[in-house]
Design a protein around this ligand. Structure first.
Ligand code: NAD
Length: 505
């Protein structure tokens, strides 16, 4: 494949198109330090949602490939080549890995955009830097975390240490393929585990490319493997495998539940799940700046085509400003019209595939039949390109028990729900099977803290939407999952705690 260094990042659509012409695609799995086709030789075709073009054939891995990868991962782990390396040495390799990702930033951004349809400007300025930051931050942390000494009697020593859990399988979704992968592989590798990454069948290309960069950075063969393929084949094989110690997942709540069953049916592997969301964005009439709140509410539903787990898909607005606020949102959404993803001016790209587009269009129909008022967008756009585009949609007059308010759509469809008191807003916000994130907009400090405290969600934002960085843990309450990505808390998932007790003579 042709690798591209980021020397001069294109500044217009023609520049990105020309870079796309030079791009080669790798579709093979990566096992034990080598690219290889699936044992069965089965492949699937990777189509671009931008215009329907065929990008490449990708290895369709299955049980046999999972066997090979787990075997390689286990052998590498047992050899100690990575698992027993000094943390500072693992850090140095991971920092090189981050540097290589940065160096190939244009190539990786382009792969991400062609594969799943997001605007290249976002892939380049959000996905690539966030991936680099996740790996760099975690690498920098790993030689600064210490074990503990227990509060023992004078003649005893109780040492509490952390050991890598062993072989980790990471199954990730397609909406932020590299970022979601980096939140798993960075702490898993930093703590000394061997990893098998299974990207989504809808967006496998950057994960496959990362494998070669990891080897170039110095990660030994077998320590980082990538198995593209379907969930019901290779994903299931990894989840049921008796020699996978830990399964980390980001994806839908339904699949997350299935993975818990697989763990119970096999070796009780540790299972950590980042699942779906239906996040409430609560705007009080005394919000400090309604225009800013509306602009961020629009971003919260339209960024990444609404294919975001923390999308602010339920907008709870105090009744006294609801009509005005819906007007402001509609105005703000004008800057989120879909456009060609390789045009750097585009803010809203293509929907990942036909099935996801059909799902979004179906929910828009469901909202109308449930009696909600479609006040903005919702139609397909740019069909002549052969690509998959939809205009962000706003429903007003939504009740929280409607399907468009209770089910995760995973597209740019906003439900506006009115409320009159803070208590009512809290009750509506918490009336959900999900608990991933929430936001509250008010200039009253007391209301802000009271509401934030009452919200059952892993992240709460006050007077902004979607804040946080690598220093803060990320994950969900309720059926949005368990365990946390990012921050030092992420290390909990990839390590076993050991108590070693010594009696002095
Ligand atoms: P998905 O659950 O359909 O698939 C996720 C991954 O699981 C894919 O790699 C898929 O191949 C695999 N998979 C599917 N069935 C499987 C099975 N039976 N066994 C093993 N693996 C299987 O989700 P998706 O459509 O790729 O992504 C969208 C979902 O991801 C949304 O629900 C979204 O909220 C969620 N998500 C959550 C977070 C978070 O941090 N909480 C972040 C991003 C996305």
């Amino acid at each position: 494949m042709n690798s591209i260094d980021s020397l001069t990042t294109p500044t217009d659509c023609a520049g990105w198109q020309s870079l796309a012409q030079q791009l080669g695609f790798e579709g093979r799995a990566y096992v034990n330090g080598q690219y290889q086709w699936a044992v069965s030789s089965e492949t699937f075709v990777c189509l671009s949602p931008i215009d329907g073009r065929e990008l490449t054939s990708v290895a369709s891995c299955d049980v046999a490939d999972a066997e090979l990868a787990v075997d390689a991962a286990r052998k590498a782990f047992e050899s100690g080549i990575w698992s027993q390396l000094a943390p500072a040495d693992r850090k140095a390799v991971l920092l090189r890995f981050a540097e290589l990702i940065e160096k190939h930033g244009d190539e990786l951004a382009l792969l991400e955009t062609l594969d799943m349809g997001k605007p290249v400007s976002h892939a380049r300025t959000v996905d690539v830097p966030a991936t680099v930051r996740a790996i760099r931050w975690t690498a920098e942390a790993i030689d600064k975390v210490y074990g503990e000494l227990a509060a023992t009697p004078y003649n005893q020593i109780g040492m509490i240490s952390r050991e890598p859990v062993g072989v980790v399988a990471a199954i990730v979704p397609w909406n932020f393929p590299m970022i979601m992968a980096s939140w798993k592989i960075a702490p898993a590798l930093a703590t000394g585990n061997s990893v098998i990454l299974k990207p989504s069948e809808k967006s496998p290309l950057t994960a496959i490319r990362l494998a070669a960069l990891a080897t170039e950075a110095g990660i030994p063969p077998g320590v980082f493997n990538v198995l593209p393929g379907y969930g019901h084949t290779v994903g299931k094989a990894l989840a049921l495998h008796m020699d996978v110690d830990c399964l980390v997942f980001t994806g839908s709540t339904n699949v997350a539940k299935q993975l818990m069953i697989y763990a119970g049916q096999s070796n009780m592997k540790r299972v950590y799940l980042e699942a779906g969301g239906k996040s409430p964005n609560i705007v009080f009439a005394n919000a400090p700046d309604l225009k800013k709140a509306a602009a961020e509410a629009a971003t919260a539903i339209a960024f990444n085509q609404g294919e975001v787990c923390t999308a602010g898909s339920r907008l709870l607005v105090e009744e006294s400003i609801r009509v005005e606020f819906v007007g402001l949102i509609r105005e703000a959404l004008k800057t989120w019209r879909p456009g060609h993803p390789l045009d750097p001016a585009t803010t809203c790209g293509a929907i990942v595939d036909q099935a996801q587009l059909d799902r979004i269009i179906e929910y828009i129909g469901v909202g109308q039949s449930e009696g909600a008022r479609l006040v903005e967008g919702g139609g397909r756009m740019m069909e002549e390109t052969g690509g998959l585009y939809v205009q962000p949609a706003v429903f007003d007059g939504v009740r929280n028990d409607m399907r468009i308010a209770s089910e995760e759509i995973f597209g740019p469809v906003l439900s506006v729900i009115g409320f009159t008191t803070a208590e009512e807003a809290i009750a509506i916000a918490n009336d959900s099977i999900f608990g991933l994130a929430a936001a509250v907009w008010t200039s009253d400090l007391n209301t802000a803290h009271k509401v934030a405290r009452a919200l059952r969600a892993g992240s709460v934002w006050i007077n902004h939407y979607d804040g946080g960085d690598m220093t803060a843990p990320f994950g969900g309450f309720k059926q949005s999952g368990n365990g946390r990505d990012k921050s030092l808390h992420a290390f909990d998932k990839y390590t076993e705690l050991k108590a070693t007790w010594l009696m002095l003579e």
